[in-house]
Design a protein around this ligand. Structure first.
Ligand code: BG6
Length: 474
């Protein structure tokens, strides 16, 4: 029995800074990830803008998608992809963000990638900003705290909308925008770390700064969505949220209330604004209790209301528990840590594996917003070791994906309108949190290692063949 709709968008996801490499060729400028060093599960990545050739910056080479995209897209097509999620690296188009004339070589690169996808019958899904702010905008404006960035983002969007209007239908304005609510978002999301060098996980900007920077992103996103609706009615504009769902650790009402509060602050806050077009009522108390005062221009409320998104997309890797007990056992996870769930196993990197949580949160999101949903990131970061036959038999990844796909099928039966699924990252890429290659997500193995060695050759893992069958049989 087909458990997925006929036109379900099966595919895979990546981000420019984690796959492209070619960080300084053909006129590209320096993006924030280009000044972040390699790390590991135990050693934090560091912001180091010295660009010292002795230091390993993983985004500089990544997996060299820039020179391998034809081969990679052919492999995606072999798996039967209907859609490919990727981002446009802002610094290929505007190297410092402030030029008046876009960089033609950068525009041409994405033209070539989109054409290649079309030749293979694959629909591109573009993240406009996936943690790839031009670093010059950090130095000059302290990132998104400056309202000026709204205009610069708008200029970037106008150029890419105009150029790719006949090639792209699906757009996401900001990757995991709610990462900006967290301390960990200081470097990668709000980019409010001017003058800071050191471990990325210690770069703190105050809540006032982060929430004001986020306000500028909400306005930028809404302006761009409204502009797209007006000029390109064929576009579908989406938001993108890191879903980190919480369960109360016990049935203690205090745990329940703490869970609701955390869910609102981390998981709902941004999309409540991007989907409904206004700040949620709970934000008033939250701002008051945290000393946050958002500086708004007169027209901002109206802009937010005009620029609501057409569909909701999210990443899902794990769930957490919330407890009022300060001694509760904790575990690490995507972007933040949380209280351990005794019913779940974890990956080697401590991320709790919870397929049923995906079904639960799909239902919650659908009930809340009633607009089409898409899971645009989900996957298992694992250490792949070649077997004696020289192949990667990644049964653990197949198992993870199978359980999450089952959970999506159940959610569809529950009544959720789900458009598609793009697991992260369909091809091995640089890990965002650790900068490692060793934390592999792909169904395609890339011969590239943490010491910088490797010949970039690609190989199919067992999950490649398995996912191909899943797509074929819908
Ligand atoms: C998401 C990001 O948070 O998680 C991706 O959007 C990232 O960029 C993915 O790669 C997996 O996280 P990590 O740290 O294991 O690469």
């Amino acid at each position: 029995m087909n458990r997925f709709p006929e036109n379900f968008l099966w595919g895979g996801a990546t981000a420019a800074n984690q796959v492209e490499g070619a960080w300084n060729v053909d006129g590209k400028g320096v993006a924030v990830p280009d000044v972040v060093t390699a790390g590991s599960h135990t050693i934090a990545r560091r912001v180091d803008p010295s660009l010292d050739p002795e230091i390993l910056y993983p985004s500089h080479e990544a997996i060299d998608f820039y020179h391998h995209y034809r081969e990679d897209i052919a492999l995606f097509a072999e798996m039967g992809f209907k859609v490919f999620r990727m981002s446009i690296n802002w610094t290929r188009i505007f190297p410092t963000g402030e030029e008046n004339i876009p960089n033609e070589a950068g525009l041409q690169f994405y033209d070539d990638v989109f054409d290649c996808l079309r030749e293979h019958g694959i629909e591109p899904l573009v993240t406009i900003s996936h943690y790839e702010l031009p670093y010059a905008l950090v130095e000059k404006y302290n990132g998104w705290i400056d309202r000026k960035l709204i205009d610069l983002y708008m200029k970037f969007c106008k150029v890419i909308f105009d150029r790719y209007q006949n090639k792209i239908k699906y757009w996401l304005t900001f990757n995991e925008i709610n990462c900006g609510t967290l301390f960990t978002g200081t470097v990668i999301e709000t980019c409010t770390f001017k003058g800071y060098t050191g471990p990325t996980n210690e770069a703190h900007s105050s809540m006032q700064i982060r929430y004001q920077a986020l306000h500028h992103q909400f306005v930028a996103s809404a302006m761009v969505v409204a502009y797209a609706h007006e000029h390109y009615p064929q576009f579908k504009m989406g938001c993108m949220v890191a879903q980190l769902p919480d369960y109360p650790a016990t049935c203690n009402p205090d745990d329940m209330l703490a869970t609701q509060k955390h869910m609102r602050e981390v998981n709902w806050y941004c999309s409540d604004i991007q989907v409904r077009g206004r700040y949620p009522s709970y934000s008033r108390r939250f701002f008051r209790e945290n000393g946050i005062a958002i500086d708004m221009e007169a027209e901002d409320e109206e802009i937010l209301l005009r620029g609501t998104v057409d569909f909701y997309t999210f990443s899902y890797y794990m769930s957490f528990c919330v407890s009022v007990d300060p001694n509760a056992d904790r575990t690490t996870g995507n972007l933040l840590g949380g209280v351990k769930n005794p019913y779940l196993n974890t990956s080697e990197w401590g991320w709790q594996i919870d397929p049923k949580g995906l079904r639960w949160i799909l239902n919650e999101i659908w009930d809340r917003y009633q607009i089409p949903l898409m899971v645009v990131e989900n996957g298992l970061g694992a250490r792949d070791v070649k077997d004696v036959d020289g192949k990667i038999h990644d049964t653990y990844r197949i198992d993870y994906m199978k359980q999450h796909i089952d959970a999506m099928a159940e959610a569809i039966e529950d009544g959720v309108e789900l458009m598609g699924y793009t697991p992260w990252a369909c091809i091995d890429s640089v890990s965002l949190s650790t900068g490692e290659m060793a934390k592999r997500y792909g169904m395609i193995y890339v011969n590239k290692f943490d010491d910088g060695s490797g010949d970039f050759s690609r190989e199919r893992k067992d999950s490649f063949y398995w996912y191909k069958e899943i797509i074929k049989n819908n």
